[in-house]
Design a protein around this ligand. Structure first.
Ligand SMILES: *Cc1c(COP(=O)(O)O)cnc(C)c1O
Length: 353
């Protein structure tokens, strides 16, 4: 992978990303169940209809749902349905849509500009958002049309229900549409223990990218429009961008199998990260950088330890968000995996002492 030394030998589970994990049993089983006989293609099948209904039940509202292959497509197609080419949307300077999607949002919207704002703990600073909207109103400035927030954030923190509400109110006041990148929405939900609706449409979210992949599916994210007018012709956008799966049932069925277990898997990933955090805190020279609110632990430690871990075959990223070492847990992380990583760090530290 990018900037990482090649893995020398197989080790236990890795902590580079929650997408290193396999497919969880419920998603696998759901795919097996629809792998019988024939079904209508391009989403015109009963499982896709059922998955959409279950998502409507989940959010307790009549939302419009589309399934696409990955998060980059989900985010950028959602944003391109909120903005025209001469508009702009605002997001945090560390947002995935800005730093990790290779310009897809600008590409799919034919040039919508991204305006960046700072903010503590990966969350947008509301005053900076307001300033960004108000600082210009002339024809020469790309008109701000939407705000995109990430829940859970790129730094492993969450917006509380009240914080999302405050974001939503600002958007109403500033006439911005609100997009939520929920690649780890399930982790945020499990962490906050509130209802899905409180974190989304009741707080003013217009469209949510709901991640399946990082939570145990093989592939697929749901784009959920709470403002149904915004979903107008979204099916054409999906098709044109190569995101309309012809065997759609294999993207949609896992949602049927998983929705009820999603929070359990996410809660497991979150608990694993907290366990890892607790153990890391006890190691001299290792500091935890951000509150560990979902399934990632951000760590500052000497480069010598980082290099020694890479040499031992561990994979983790050091370029995400704040640029600290990031350890992600998933539905599949075990205590043995955590013990193995922590044991290696302890050994490296004591060898160097
Ligand atoms: C992983 C991730 C995505 C989706 O990425 P893809 O690799 O395109 O599926 C989107 N947003 C955030 C915050 C992510 O972590």
């Amino acid at each position: 992978m990018r900037n990482q030394p090649r893995q020398q030998y197989p080790v236990l589970n890795q902590f580079a990303s929650d997408n290193y994990s396999g497919i969880c049993p419920e998603a696998w089983e759901a795919m097996a169940q629809v792998n019988q006989g024939y079904a209508n293609s391009y989403g015109d099948d009963r499982w896709t209809a059922q998955a959409c209904d279950l998502l409507r039940d989940f959010f307790e509202t009549e939302c419009q749902v589309f399934f696409v292959f990955n998060g980059t497509a989900a985010n950028s197609l959602a944003l391109s349905s909120l903005c025209r080419s001469y508009h702009s949307f605002i997001c945090h300077e560390m947002a995935h849509v800005e730093t990790d999607e290779c310009g897809a949002a600008e590409f799919f919207s034919n040039g919508t500009k991204i305006l960046l704002v700072p903010g503590e703990l990966g969350k947008v600073d509301l005053e900076a958002v307001e300033h960004t909207v108000k600082r210009r109103s002339d024809i020469h400035y790309p008109k701000p049309k939407a705000l995109s927030i990430t829940q859970a954030t790129e730094l492993g923190t969450v917006y509380s229900a009240d914080e999302v509400q405050a974001v939503g109110q600002l958007c109403k006041r500033m006439d911005l549409k609100l997009h939520m990148d929920g690649a780890r929405f399930a982790n945020a939900l499990a962490s906050l223990e509130v209802t899905p609706k409180e974190l989304t449409w009741q707080a003013g979210v217009d469209v949510l990218t709901f991640g399946g992949t990082k939570n145990g599916m093989a592939v697929g994210e749901a784009v959920v429009f709470f403002d149904k007018d915004l979903a107008n012709e979204f099916d054409y956008r999906c098709k044109q961008s190569g995101q309309l799966a012809s065997k759609m049932r294999f993207l949609s069925a896992p949602w049927i199998g998983m929705l009820k277990d999603m929070l359990r898997h996410a809660a497991h990933a979150n608990r694993s990260a907290r366990l890892l955090e607790q153990q890391l805190r006890a190691i001299p020279g290792v500091s935890i950088m951000h509150p560990c609110e979902v399934n990632g632990v951000f760590v500052e430690m000497p480069q010598t330890i980082i290099d020694a871990l890479f040499e031992r075959g561990w994979y983790f990223y050091t370029f995400i968000g704040s640029g600290h070492a990031r350890f992600m847990c998933s539905w599949a992380t075990t205590e043995a995996d955590i013990d193995a990583l922590v044991g290696d760090i302890r050994k490296i530290v004591s060898d160097k002492a």
